[in-house]
Design a protein around this ligand. Structure first.
Ligand code: ADP
Ligand code: MG
Ligand code: ZN
Length: 494
């Protein structure tokens, strides 16, 4: 009884959630970080390798300058200080997919430090600190193909060895799984805008380890954390965190103490299992990499990169709201990718109803692209054609229904909308005498409906409207039909 009471009170005690994320992003350079092997994904196993990335004795790594360039871009975009002097370090551990027995990384002196990004949560801005961004090389991959697993064998593919990564480490600033999700989305959007990573999670270009702890609300000290690995989507991260938070809560309520552990998320079962505890934690025995000189970055290099940086997603969104008087929602959707935002801005130069244009881009266009799993830059849709379509409606050549019905053909073939309208004879019928005859025919063909209309069921007007549209294959000028119908029906009634 007393125990139950205590538990009840404990359950009411508010916990605060604390989350910090470590994100690995693969940089989209053509060649690896310390050799000239290709970074291309999906090549036959062990074909993109050389003595350097296979870690044979006696070879020397040579740093790919573009890797530093890309990492500086991300550092500037996340408001970091770019170190003028940073050093590589060896991180030692033994694993079959790491032939050298160490990974070249940065430890005590990373390239970028003390930054932050802003995320938007329910209309509020929140700043999430970035502790550091450092450069490192990727390891190879262990392949657990079924026919080998059954024989208790694992294969190793070294193509990924030496592919360049940046690791972005956040401060423990997030307070909910939702915030973690938004932070990851914001990071991904920035990486994509900078064109330094393809951010393809399925191919492992973006990976995230999530650290989470709980503390009593108001407490200053951080609680003991666990680290969750193995999530392969942002929603996976959110789900895994929710699960882990519940698990920690239960343990805190029962035993009062969390063990520092690394956990593995099993997406299929929606479960978390322990991988290793603190006692088994790796001691990486970091030491400075003797085969590489420190990276010295002069002011001019940083300034030049800063100069060429594109407008970043959040800034661009805010500008869209201001410049095109768009709602927050529209601006967010339109700036999701740099290419989509460019498409909108190209179109808006040709068409001044900014909101109508936004509706078409968010509606028909994104529906079409979504159905075909296409990005705008890989489609045949052009600003000229989309705007051409809207102008056909504005001029009364076609009605909105017809415009929607030819959208897909225009998008699929790249054909000008005027051409499609001509070829298919879809021009709107605005000839009053022609429509008048059809209206009369339709009314006469439906005496029952006419009867009901006369008895007061006025909303039957839309039934007649539909019939006229059907008779004209959707080409009738709806405004004119409406007028004609009202007139004729009023006559019949009177
Ligand atoms: P580790 O040495 O275990 O890798 P770090 O101090 O390097 O830990 O931090 C790794 C990540 O964990 C960072 O993103 C940091 O913000 C986060 N983190 C650190 N302590 C906590 C904590 N108590 N609760 C939640 N996240 C934390
Ligand atoms: Mg860590
Ligand atoms: Zn190589």
């Amino acid at each position: 009884m007393i125990l139950n009471l205590t538990l009840g009170v404990l359950k009411l005690m508010p916990f605060e959630i604390v989350i910090g994320l470590e994100v690995h992003a693969q940089l989209s350079t053509g060649s690896k970080i310390f050799c000239s092997c290709s970074t291309e994904f999906g090549a036959p196993p062990n074909t993109h390798v050389c003595p350097v990335c296979m870690g044979l004795p006696g070879v020397l790594p040579v740093l790919n300058k573009k890797v530093v360039d890309y990492a500086i871009r991300m550092g500037i975009a996340t408001n970091c200080t770019i170190s003028q002097h940073s050093v590589f370090a060896r991180k030692n551990y033994f694993y079959p997919d790491l032939p050298k027995g160490y990974q070249i990384s940065q430890y005590e002196e990373p390239l970028c430090e003390n930054g932050s990004i802003e995320i938007e949560m329910d209309g509020h801005l929140k700043r999430i600190g970035i502790t550091r961004i450092h450069i490192e090389e990727d390891a190879g991959k262990s392949v657990h193909a079924e026919e080998f697993v059954s024989k208790n064998e694992t294969l190793v593919d070294l193509n990924r060895c030496g592919v360049p990564l940046i690791e972005i480490v956040s401060e423990p600033d997030m307070r909910s799984p939702r915030e973690a999700y938004l932070y990851l989305s914001a990071l991904k959007q920035i990486l994509a805008y900078l064109e330094i990573s393809d951010c393809n999670m399925e191919e492992g270009s973006l990976r995230c380890d999530a650290n989470v702890s709980l503390r009593l609300t108001g407490a200053k000290a951080l609680g003991v954390k666990t680290e969750v690995k193995n999530m392969n989507s942002f929603h996976g991260v959110e789900k895994a965190l929710e699960y882990e938070i519940e698990r920690q809560k239960e343990i805190l309520l029962k035993e009062g103490k969390i063990t520092q552990q690394t956990m593995l998320w099993n997406a299929r079962e929606g479960k978390i299992v322990p991988m290793r505890s603190k006692e088994e934690a790796h001691d990486y025995r970091y030491f400075p990499e003797p085969d590489l000189v420190p990276v010295d970055v002069d002011r001019k290099w940083v300034d030049d990169i800063a100069h060429e940086l594109p407008e970043l997603p959040l800034q661009r969104k805010r500008r869209f709201i201001r410049q095109y008087s768009l709602p927050d929602y529209d601006a967010a959707v339109l700036t999701v990718s740099r290419h989509l935002a460019n498409f909108y801005e190209e179109s808006v130069k040709l068409y001044n109803d900014t909101k109508k244009l936004s509706n078409w881009v968010m509606g028909e266009m994104l529906r079409f692209l979504g159905e075909r799993k296409l990005e705008i830059q890989d489609s045949l849709i052009t600003p000229q054609n989309l705007v051409g379509l809207l102008q056909l409606v504005d001029r009364g050549t076609i009605n909105t229904g017809t415009a929607k019905s030819i959208f897909d053909e225009m998008a699929e073939t790249g054909k000008a909308p005027q051409k499609i309208v001509e070829e298919k004879g879809l021009a709107q019928v605005s000839d009053a005498s022609e429509l008048d005859a059809i209206v009369v025919e339709v009314i006469e063909a439906h005496p029952n409906e006419l009867e009901k209309y006369r008895a007061g069921k006025e909303n039957l007007i839309s039934f007649f409207m539909g019939q006229v549209m059907k008779a004209t294959r959707g080409k009738a000028n709806p405004k004119l039909v409406n007028e004609l119908l009202r007139k004729k029906l009023a006559e019949k009634r009177g």
